[in-house]
Write a protein that binds this ligand. Structure first.
Ligand SMILES: NC(=O)c1ccc[n+]([C@@H]2O[C@H](COP(=O)([O-])OP(=O)(O)OC[C@H]3O[C@@H](n4cnc5c(N)ncnc54)[C@H](OP(=O)(O)O)[C@@H]3O)[C@@H](O)[C@H]2O)c1
Length: 327
């Protein structure tokens, strides 16, 4: 099959379009013929070698977590899926498998969901990592509820675009930060207070919007951009950071300071294992119109390096996807 293959870690130039053996699904796995692969910041960090703490790098290596396409082959014992089904998945990449920047990718069925009618492959490929991370950080680890005052730091990115909307859907009041060009966009996602971090002081803005302190804070950008996060959360509230690998600060110190204040502190890494039900729920919210897709920019698979230069800049509005095949 064709794939974007790396033989060393490094800059975008290490991404090479080439050929590699097509993988065979093992027991409990599906082989997906990929229509679109999603692009996430984790992909450029992985390309640079920053995921070494999670996995050894064995070359030739295919990066990429997210895929949408059709089921092409069933591994032994697979039920609930048939060849030809339209599916989306974070694949087996987070558990050490090859990635999704390829014509075929493998995924254990516990992390695969059907794409509902009305949702295309490009849109579905934009979902897994960003939407799952937002959902798990808000609800599974954060317990966000209706009526709470919630702030999403980084409301215009892939993750933030979903987090703002999920929190609104759950009935929370939502504030979110973004830069000046994204203020109208984030307001359109449903944030009731949009804080332009280039023009406003975040703490001052929140002191007026949530005088008693936030019930919940999600930092989806990095600690250097919100060093006073704990001050913004009320005692008894919850402060969730999405680990960035390059701007997470002193995690044990942050946990200790939060405990001393009585704030629940989580560093919420996306869980792919067993995520199928959440993926299906997210797809339903989209299909029923409760949640809108963020803008999606498409690149050809061969142009993965260009997509990486864009995602690496840290100021992408919405999501990027790679077109792999016309299915
Ligand atoms: N550990 C995990 O499981 C996991 C999973 C998913 C994501 N992540 C991490 O979470 C982070 C966000 O992911 P993503 O997919 O949303 O990235 P993204 O699509 O690249 O979005 C990044 C966003 O950050 C915003 N931003 C940059 N500087 C900011 C600042 N000073 N204040 C507020 N917002 C700022 C940008 O908005 P403006 O252009 O408006 O500034 C941009 O929209 C990344 O570091 C990613 O690696 C971790």
């Amino acid at each position: 099959m064709h794939a974007i293959i790396i033989n060393e870690t490094g800059g975008p130039e290490v991404l090479r379009y080439g050929e590699i053996e097509t993988p065979e699904p093992g027991p409990g796995e599906l082989r997906v013929r990929v229509a679109y692969a999603g692009v996430n910041p984790a992909d450029w960090k992985n390309r640079q070698g920053m995921l070494a703490m999670y996995r050894p790098y064995v070359f030739p290596y295919i990066i990429g977590f997210d895929a949408a396409g059709v089921v092409d082959k069933l591994g032994e014992g697979v039920t609930g899926f048939a060849v030809g089904d339209r599916v989306f998945t974070p694949t087996n990449h987070g558990q050490g498998g090859q990635g999704s920047y390829a014509e075929y990718a493998l995924a254990a069925t516990d992390r695969v969901a059907h794409i509902p009618d009305g949702l295309g492959f490009a849109e579905a490929a934009a979902l897994p990592v960003a939407a799952l991370t937002a959902w798990q950080g808000l609800f599974d680890r954060g317990g966000v509820k209706a009526g709470q005052r919630v702030m999403i730091h980084g409301g215009s990115g892939g993750l933030g675009s979903f987090a703002v909307q999920f929190a609104r859907w759950a009935g929370a009041h939502v504030a979110a930060t973004c830069s000046t060009p994204n203020v109208d966009y984030v307001r359109g996602l449903g944030a009731e207070r949009v804080i332009d971090y280039r023009k406003e002081d975040i703490a001052d803005a929140l002191a007026a919007w949530a005088p008693g302190g936030l019930d919940y804070l999600m930092d989806a950008v990095g600690v250097s951009t919100l060093p006073n996060g704990l001050d913004l959360v009320r005692a008894g509230g919850t402060y969730v950071s999405i680990p960035t690998l390059n701007d997470d600060g002193d995690i044990p110190a942050s946990m200790a300071a939060s405990a001393a204040k009585g704030v629940t502190r989580e560093f919420s890494v996306m869980t792919d294992v067993g995520s199928a039900a959440t993926l299906a729920q997210i797809a339903r919210l989209l299909a029923e119109g409760h949640v809108k897709l963020p803008p999606i920019k498409e690149y050809a698979l061969r142009d993965a390096a260009e997509a990486h230069r864009q995602i690496e800049c840290g100021h992408t509005r919405g999501k990027l996807v790679l077109k792999v095949a016309d299915l």
